[in-house]
Design a protein around this ligand. Structure first.
Ligand code: CP
Ligand code: NVA
Length: 308
């Protein structure tokens, strides 16, 4: 607990298994308090700046309501409206905002920008998604898996689709927490080699597999996960990606290779009949809305741990 105070979250690679487990445990308690209607305001008077260079529904609303519920206030800072969008250096912005805020969350393109922000800030910086990572999503995902399966270890998560930010963060989160993880992606869209190697280095008895074969990945899986084929910033590649990923749709046939009680997860937003059929995402084994709700609880826990 003490070790998390004042820290930033740039990627889960920087956090130990015990630190992640602590945040998840706190998330469960915070969710329970909210369900009981209990007021819990350990961040009274604190402010979180939320810098967005990309769109967002879940991340924005869950952080903004989350900090408010904890007694603080969130400021939505779109890069269209702040000087960052007109070329103010990140390092200057970091120093200036550190004088006003108790924490910052940033959603942007390059992971390096988030690192530069954190290096120059004197308050915690939280990565709200980059092209490489989406750690906050994976905290909520792990919370959801634990809620549904009762444990994290001795489970297998299969991610089908693009080797993107979600694939990277899931590999790291699963490897750290003891889940087997299998990523199935077309040859030209596999996760970055150095991130696969990093995830593999964290695995302590569990397996990290990257394959082109979706059936192999899904075999005996407890969790099937998918994400969009074209991420934010890749909109022009939509058509060519639809072709490349045609055999990577999560549908009933693919699902039949997983365990019978497998759950379906997706970070959302989703495209029905592209990466997943409506039958699956709207079906009884889908937990996508519980997963989306847990963004709120997991991030409240994260903010309490870092900013409390
Ligand atoms: N899953 C997720 O991060 O959603 P938003 O892009 O809506 O924030
Ligand atoms: N891979 C997606 C995730 C959105 C939450 C993107 O980066 O657009």
């Amino acid at each position: 607990k003490e070790q998390l105070k004042g820290r930033s979250l740039l990627t889960l690679a920087d956090y130990s298994k015990a630190e992640i487990a602590y945040i998840l445990e706190l998330a469960v308690q915070i969710k329970q308090k909210q369900k009981n209607g209990e007021l819990y305001q350990p961040l009274k008077g604190k402010t979180l700046g939320m810098i967005f260079e990309k769109s967002s529904t879940r991340t924005r609303v869950s952080f903004e309501t989350g900090i408010y519920q904890l007694g603080g206030m969130g400021l939505f800072l779109s890069s269209n409206d702040i000087q960052l969008g007109r070329g103010e250096p990140i390092s200057d912005m970091a120093k200036v905002l550190s004088g006003y805020l108790d924490g910052m969350m940033i959603r942007t393109f390059s992971q390096q920008d988030v690192e530069e922000l954190a290096e120059n800030a004197s308050v915690p910086v939280i990565n709200g998604l980059t092209d490489d990572y989406h750690p906050c999503q994976v905290l909520a995902d792990l919370q959801t898996i634990k809620e549904t399966k009762g444990k994290l270890e001795d489970l297998k998560l299969a991610y089908i689709g693009d080797g993107n930010n979600m694939a990277h963060s899931l590999m790291i989160g699963c490897a750290k927490m003891g889940l087997d993880v299998a990523i199935a992606a077309p040859k030209d869209y596999q996760p970055k080699n150095e991130i696969t190697a990093l995830a593999t280095s964290f695995a302590d008895g569990s397996e990290v597999l990257v394959t082109e074969d979706a059936v192999e990945a899904v075999k005996d899986a407890d969790v099937i996960y998918s994400d969009v084929w074209a991420s934010m910033g890749q909109e022009e590649e939509q058509k060519e990606r639809e072709k490349a990923f045609a055999h990577y749709q999560v549908n009933k046939e693919l699902f039949s290779h997983a365990k019978q009680d497998a759950i379906f997860m997706h970070c959302l937003p989703a495209h029905r009949e592209e990466e997943v059929t409506a039958e699956i995402i709207d079906g009884p084994q889908s937990v996508v809305f519980q997963e989306a709700e847990n963004r709120l609880h997991a991030q409240k826990a994260l903010m309490v741990a870092l900013m409390g």
